[in-house]
Unconditional design. Structure first.
Length: 235
């Protein structure tokens, strides 16, 4: 009988031990957080130049939210501003003990938020249909970045160690021509991508790559030669 009376107490003790064990679960400490924060600041400076960058990490359960104020060159196209999202996630992946949950980015100079996706709502994964103004560029950039990434992985033999960021523009004459066809009821098709002009290719790597390899990469991807090409090596 006495044993039965002690059973509820035993359950309480087990529950308390379980809660204490959960609270004691290893989390990213101050050193890991500081390392991630410093890496983000230094990496952003390599992407945009040695200017002020602000990174704040906020605990969110077992993970962290990052609030980042980025100083970027004046007149930067919005697509290039959005590069900060995949770029910072690529940097954060180097710190597995500090899992990133949320990411908020704003322009340090204007204090305005930087949207992660195009303001017209284009998602690159969406099927090629119901294309609105500017969305052709979005999908073209996503497709081209993926092609370059696969080419680079094959060449270097590494996966998940490089990030390719692409910007492209549509010549005004081609844009007006396609919009005119859309207004008349015609549906644009994939050959329309031929009118796109690749303007910048930025490759981010976490290790040094020989110059000869970059020359080979550009030779095997001829469209890179018509764009500004640069390499950002993370610290």
């Amino acid at each position: 009988m006495k044993r039965n009376q002690n059973f509820p107490i035993l359950l309480v003790v087990i529950a308390v031990v379980a809660v204490l064990a959960l609270l004691a679960r290893p989390q990213a400490g101050g050193a890991e957080m500081a390392a991630l924060q410093n890496d983000m600041v230094l990496s952003l400076s390599r992407l945009w130049g040695p200017v002020e960058q602000k990174v704040e990490l906020i605990p969110n359960g077992q993970r962290f939210n990052a609030r980042v104020a980025v100083s970027m060159p004046a007149g930067l196209r919005q697509r290039q501003q959005r590069w900060n999202y995949p770029f910072l996630r690529f940097v954060a992946a180097r710190h597995p003990k500090c899992e990133l949950a949320g990411l908020e980015i704003k322009d340090l100079k204007s204090n305005l938020p930087v949207p992660e996706y195009a303001m017209n709502g284009m998602l690159a994964e969406r099927a090629y249909r119901s294309i609105g103004p500017g969305e052709e560029e979005e999908r073209f950039c996503e497709m081209t970045a993926r092609q370059f990434s696969l080419s680079l992985e094959r060449q270097l033999g590494d996966s998940n160690r490089a990030l390719v960021l692409v910007d492209a523009q549509q010549p005004h004459s081609a844009r007006e021509q396609v919009y005119g066809r859309r207004a008349a009821g015609a549906v644009p098709n994939q050959p329309y991508f031929r009118s796109m002009m690749l303007t910048e290719v930025c490759v981010v790597v976490d290790h040094e790559v020989a110059a000869v390899e970059w020359e080979r990469f550009k030779r095997e991807n001829a469209s890179v030669n018509g764009a500004r090409f640069r390499v950002v090596t993370l610290p």
